[in-house]
Write a protein that binds this ligand. Structure first.
Ligand code: ATP
Ligand code: MG
Length: 392
């Protein structure tokens, strides 16, 4: 029995009214893009089907089904998807297909679960369950179990067709990337910020990545890592922009100004000023970071306050309540850990003080910045930005 389609289901909570078609349009396009991303050249039909999205498989699509399944597992917004065979709405046909599909699987307990979007079918959902269940029971001698069965045979009656499936895959949940607009994601080479990018995309935001480097004082290893990280994160969004911003002139000016204990705070105030200014240019509505409360000296509440006070744009920190190990576990799951762990010369480790301040005193921070040509340094950094487009 040949699988002919994939039925994608999304959770409908919170996407009522006008929002719904907006959400569905993004989801449909993202499904198409993701499949094309893993199977270039594959011609694919993706269409709406009454609260579901249907992927119709051609011969070549069937051959590449495993790649397509992997792609769909990385589409945010999907609750689950099933591999289905479609037939006409005829109970004898439905029984035949359901039985054939079950015969390809190994299981002890099962249940049939029908749902009807077409209410004019002569049998109710429960009658379909019973009729089809009887055939499986009698032919295969398997036990019916309503809760926790090994195999669930789903039957969906929709648009004058019956879709029958026994294989179901969990989706990643969340919202389709794009529905929440663009954000600027501050990407270092560490474990945290790529995971923050994952959570940004999970709730529908499109990240534009911003990486600060200290070339030529350091080598370009952090830039190479940033590119690799964006490539790895592109399994959730096939194409991204990476902005590479030189921070060395800012850091040198700060170093010459004294206030050693405050150096990191000042670096970070400049990073946020630059990020806010280019947010406008890239239509980003917020800045995301990988900060988690108390993880390092700069991530205490007084320090975060002393840093973000220089901007007005929302600063979002999706990892604020995560432990380091939780972040690393997620990084491993999404394959960014293997890149983050590589050694690099990070800009924040340049001229770092032995004892950085943990409770920044804002008047002292302002004093430490006195004499710095803030606007000129910010503009110079922005002029030095190189924009790269990165695919998979
Ligand atoms: P990460 O694991 O993401 O590197 P971290 O534990 O090293 O974080 P910090 O160095 O304090 O912590 O950085 C906190 C956040 O600031 C990072 O998660 C990232 O969002 C941003 N950031 C730090 N360094 C850079 C950089 N070189 N370029 C862009 N953003 C940066
Ligand atoms: Mg870091």
């Amino acid at each position: 029995m040949q699988i002919s389609s994939i039925i994608c289901h999304y959770a409908e909570i919170g996407i009522k009214g006008d929002n719904k078609s907006y959400f569905e349009r993004y989801l449909k396009d993202n499904i198409k893009q993701q499949i094309r991303g893993v199977s270039p050249g594959l011609s694919i039909v993706v269409r709406m089907l009454r609260g579901r999205i249907l992927v119709e498989l051609s011969e070549s699509g069937i051959e590449r089904i495993d790649e397509i399944i992997e792609a769909l597992k990385n589409v945010f917004g999907l609750a689950f998807f099933t591999l289905a065979v479609s037939t006409k709405q005829d109970i004898e046909e439905i029984k035949k297909v359901a039985l054939a599909l079950c015969q390809q699987e190994s299981f002890d307990t099962f249940r049939v679960k029908a749902s009807r979007s077409d209410k004019n079918f002569p049998l109710t959902s429960m009658e379909i369950d019973r009729t089809v269940g009887e055939v499986i029971f009698e032919t295969m001698n398997k036990t019916v179990k309503l809760k926790g069965a090994d195999l669930v045979c789903g039957i969906e009656l929709v648009n004058r067709l019956a879709f029958i499936h026994v294989k179901r895959f969990a989706g990643r949940g969340g919202f389709p990337v794009g529905v929440s607009g663009k954000i600027l994601l501050m990407l270092s080479g560490g474990f945290d910020s790529p995971v923050a990018a994952f959570y940004a995309m999970k709730r529908g935001a499109t990240p534009v990545y911003l990486h600060f480097h200290s070339v030529p004082i350091t080598d370009d290893s952090s830039i190479i890592k940033a590119r690799q990280l964006v490539k790895a994160l592109n399994k959730f969004q096939p194409y991204s922009k990476l902005l590479l911003c030189p921070l060395a002139p800012v850091q040198q000016a700060i170093m010459h100004n004294g206030y050693e204990k405050y150096r990191i705070i000042l670096y970070r105030r400049f990073m946020f000023r630059i990020a806010e200014k280019i947010s406008k240019q890239f239509k980003s509505g917020a800045i995301y970071t990988g900060e988690s409360l108390g993880q390092v000296a700069s991530q205490t509440i007084p320090n975060m306050a002393a840093i973000e006070i220089v901007t007005k744009i929302p600063i979002l920190r999706p990892l604020i309540g995560f432990d380091k190990q939780e972040i690393i576990n997620k990084a491993e799951e999404i394959n960014t850990a293997e890149i983050s762990i590589l050694p690099d010369e990070d800009c924040c480790s340049l001229f770092t003080p032995k004892h950085p301040v943990t409770k920044a005193h804002i008047p002292t921070v302002e004093l430490a910045e006195e004499g710095l040509e803030i606007d000129a340094l910010v503009d110079e950094a922005i002029q030095g930005i190189i924009v790269e487009g990165i695919g998979r």
